[in-house]
Design a protein around this ligand. Structure first.
Ligand code: MLT
Length: 260
């Protein structure tokens, strides 16, 4: 269906759009896209600007709004008026920003392993170190530093190897844009209370970057939200427990109320 090089469009039915985490690309959603398409949904995955096959954003300085502009342009190009938007970690930051700017485009929302709060001073300082690391030693060095935090200690070696490969293929420019956009993003907590669409929060039980307690608090702030924990998974819960993650999406899709 899509001829855009940075978009994969699978299946037919109600459209879902899945936004990836940092520092990888839309390939992270292949298991969930197939599960959604097999269950009668349409699954669109797209590379955020500067990742995978997508050109870097033009907004200067780089910002979450630069990502949102690109997602909205893709929705328009695909003639998708209203979608179920899924965002994991960086993808969740982008999804929440899109929810604030264009709530009418959301039929439903899934926020996974993410947060509404802005970076803490410690996290901002870490971004500065990571900017230096990726500029001097490249994406491979950055993913080596990040891996122990992204996955549960007993995550399969195959997932570790895939992550290394995907992250090493990303451009320094795309990664630095994302680090700056994440570092400078505003607090989005107020957006949670304004959400009016069915919302699912998913988190790995062993996510130490955006832990379950933060998802429980976000769930309290969103009217009617469902919160589910993916047992045993770390921060990249959909990669570590692909079947459980897909099943959680489909269970919720089968039971959620329709958007007002
Ligand atoms: C991600 O998985 O997208 C990152 O951990 C997000 C972040 O660094 O805040």
């Amino acid at each position: 269906m899509s001829e855009l090089p940075s978009v994969t469009d699978l299946g037919h039915g109600d459209p879902w759009v899945l936004l990836h985490s940092f520092p990888i690309d839309r390939r992270m959603w292949s298991a969930q896209s197939e599960a959604l398409a097999s269950a009668g949904h349409r699954a669109v995955t797209l590379d955020l600007p500067g990742f995978g096959a997508a050109p870097r954003m033009t907004s200067d300085p780089p910002s979450l709004d630069g990502y949102v502009d690109a997602v909205l342009a893709s929705l328009d190009a695909l003639r998708l008026d209203r979608v179920t938007l899924v965002g994991l970690s960086l993808g969740g930051y982008v999804a929440l920003r899109l929810a604030a700017r264009a709530p009418r485009r959301l039929g439903a929302l899934v926020l996974a392993d993410t947060r509404a709060a802005a970076d803490s001073p410690e996290t901002r300082a870490g971004r500065v170190l990571n900017l230096g690391l990726v500029r001097t030693k490249g994406p491979g060095a950055l993913i080596e530093k990040m891996l122990p935090h992204l996955l549960a200690p007993d995550a399969p070696e195959s997932v570790r190897a895939t992550l290394r490969a995907w992250a090493s293929e990303q451009s320094v420019g795309g990664i630095t844009d994302a680090l700056l956009a994440m570092r400078d993003r505003a607090d989005a907590t107020e957006t949670l209370g304004a959400l009016r669409c069915p919302t699912l929060l998913l988190v790995g039980s062993r996510d130490t970057i955006t832990p379950p307690a933060e998802h429980a608090a976000m769930g309290e702030a969103i009217a009617g939200a469902r919160v589910e924990v993916i047992e045993g998974a770390g921060h990249l819960s959909n990669l570590e427990r692909p079947t459980e993650f897909s099943e959680a999406l489909l269970r919720w899709a089968g039971s959620r109320p329709t958007s007002p």
